[in-house]
Design a protein around this ligand. Structure first.
Ligand code: SAM
Length: 282
């Protein structure tokens, strides 16, 4: 196809208001995961992970909550990235293993986090005999994952009876805040997870009512002239919808707990926890 038609197609696609799964971030791709690892470890970026100081405060809060609920000490962090939460939980006396689809993040976690076992795979493919006291799905992974029911049912297989699942989900109000900036233009950026070369980026956000999903689409042009589109999809989960999702996958006693760090509006802290217990068979 002549180059100007390729460009025309990309621009048309950028402006369309239809979500496109083929443009989703390729978390499991080797090259992408190396670029994303830099982002995870960047203390000033929220694209991969939060800053370590925030994670420390969050884990201190969760430790208090887990003690209150008598949740045991064997944890599985689902979508653990480079193991930043596992490291903190271990510090607080837990034994926290992790699973993530990103090869570079798991390689980093294996090198840096002692006393944890890490699995590099999609949670749906995780093979492990251990039964955990709780499965953690933190930092909005439930919002971002395509097949949330399969995530919850796969997690359930690794959680013991009467064990817990802890979901940290975007507060529904957060979506309105994100949408208030529907188009963003970033000037020249150095390497980010979108490209190892300097690039410019235009971001467009829109909401798809039928799927209750916010689409965050990026058009990236780098110094080699390569032009690419990437999307993230964030599905909105209120308590009612999350309860249905959990109950249909064998969980019960669903409760919502506000994060103490959700005081003033902040991009870092606009989340809450939804906790449920795995039903025993008898
Ligand atoms: C926003 S990052 C958060 C990483 C980590 N929880 C943290 O806060 O530092 C989401 C993570 O989920 C992982 N992920 C996405 N889909 C996954 C899947 N199906 N199974 C396992 N990990 C997945 C990604 O590779 C990525 O590391």
């Amino acid at each position: 196809m002549p180059p100007h038609f390729v460009m025309k197609n990309i621009i048309n696609k950028f402006f369309s208001e239809k979500a496109d799964d083929s443009l989703l971030l390729p978390w499991g791709n080797e090259e992408f995961s190396k670029l994303m690892l830099v982002e995870h470890l960047n203390q000033n970026s929220l694209s991969g992970s939060r800053a370590k100081s925030f994670i420390q405060k969050e884990v201190r809060f969760l430790d208090g909550l887990f003690k209150q609920l008598s949740i045991g000490r064997k944890l599985l962090d689902i979508g653990c990235g480079p193991g930043l939460y596992c490291e903190q939980f271990n510090y607080f006396g837990y034994s926290c293993d992790g699973v993530d689809i990103s090869p570079a993040a798991i390689e980093y976690a294996k090198e840096h986090v002692r006393d944890s076992q890490f699995f590099c795979c999609n949670i749906q493919d995780m093979e492990c005999e251990k039964q955990y006291d709780a499965g953690l799905v933190l930092f909005g992974l439930l919002n971002e994952i395509k097949d949330s029911s399969s995530l919850i049912s796969s997690a359930a297989q690794h959680i013991r009876e009467d064990g817990y699942i802890i979901l940290e989900v975007f507060h529904p109000d957060f979506f309105a805040s994100l949408l208030s900036e529907s188009t963003l233009v970033s000037g020249s950026e150095d390497a980010t997870y979108f490209s190892a070369l300097p690039h410019v980026r235009i971001t467009k956000r829109f909401f798809v009512e039928e799927s209750d999903c916010l689409v965050n689409r990026n058009l990236v042009v780098d110094d080699s002239g390569a032009t690419k589109l990437y999307e993230s999809h964030f599905t909105c989960y209120d308590l009612e919808k999350t309860t249905r999702l959990l109950e249909s996958n064998g969980f019960t006693d669903v409760q919502c707990i506000q994060s103490p760090q959700t005081g003033e509006f902040s991009y870092e802290s606009y989340y809450h926890y939804i906790i449920a217990k795995k039903q025993s068979l008898d």
